[in-house]
Design a binder for this molecule. Structure first.
Ligand code: ADP
Ligand code: MG
Length: 260
């Protein structure tokens, strides 16, 4: 069975592409056949996160009917498949995002997971990826503007009768001005699946054009992304993080002070 999951937020810059690329890695680690697709047609950057951007065959050409989906499918060195969008502005002419849903049919039965990295906002591009998916993963940062935009995305997905898996909180710092998981659940009326901490190794991994799980597999953010992958795969998460804060309170305060 092929599951088509859209990673959607409403607000831009909250971590959709980072989550998509790393879910590709984590689900592949779990033995699944995974296909990542950049449905952000106007400002694509999934390929950039993965060091795969000189891609002359891409989703734009598929949507225009010029090539087949399999021709635009590249294999990441770790084994998951990537269908990039074109970074060339000229390729945008004549592309209709509404063709996405029918184009995706060619992947059904070919792969276990199709993860759609969505565009920011709730315009035609991001609506078409919600429409093309069966399941929706909402992602937000723990601040009010992100959560309000996530609510709009959730309402749209609900209106289209999509299965909403839940919300991922990304870039959590535990500072007092943040909304906590309970508050976010109350606003969105969907469960929080995982809380990914603010983690500076994320920036480093993007600069290195590698998924965080490859670049820094034991980082706190990688740990939580892996937890989410287990959940999506329907498996119990067998690890627990050593509670350094409880075991070494002085060290923990020192680290917090250094990160300020
Ligand atoms: P989107 O696809 O929603 O626009 P991105 O995945 O491109 O968002 O992430 C936007 C920025 O946020 C990137 O610069 C990335 O480094 C940063 N970022 C994402 N997740 C984290 C995290 N958990 N910790 C620190 N920085 C993060
Ligand atoms: Mg993005």
């Amino acid at each position: 069975m092929t599951r088509i999951i859209a990673v959607t937020s409403g607000k831009g810059g909250v971590g959709k592409t980072t989550l998509t690329s790393n879910l590709g890695y984590a689900l592949t680690e779990l033995g699944h056949d995974v296909t990542l697709m950049d449905t952000n047609l106007t400002t694509p950057n999934l390929g950039m996160h993965l060091g795969m951007y000189m891609t002359s065959k891409n989703l734009h050409k598929v949507l225009k009917g010029k090539i087949k989906m399999r021709d635009a499918t590249y294999i990441h060195p770790f084994g998951f498949k990537v269908i990039p969008s074109s970074i060339n502005l000229e390729d945008l002419t004549g592309v209709d995002p509404a063709n996405l849903k029918t184009s995706l049919l060619s992947l059904v039965g070919q792969t276990d997971f199709v993860i759609l990295d969505s565009a920011a906002g709730l315009g035609r591009e991001s609506l078409s990826s919600i429409n093309a998916a069966d399941e929706i993963l909402i992602i937000t940062n723990p601040d009010l503007p992100s959560v309000v935009d996530a609510l709009r995305a959730t309402q749209i997905a609900r209106g289209q009768n999509k299965k909403i898996l839940g919300v991922v909180i990304n870039r959590k710092t535990n500072k007092s001005h943040e909304l906590n998981a309970k508050e976010i659940e109350n606003v969105l009326s969907i469960p929080v699946l995982v809380e990914i901490p603010e983690d500076k190794t994320v920036h480093q991994s993007i600069a290195a054009k590698k998924p965080l799980l490859e670049y820094e597999p034991n980082s706190p953010a990688a740990f939580e992304i892996r937890r989410l992958a287990y959940y999506l795969a329907g498996r119990d998460f067998p690890f627990e993080r050593t509670q350094i804060k409880q075991r070494f309170p002085f060290l923990s305060r020192l680290i917090d002070w250094m990160l300020k």
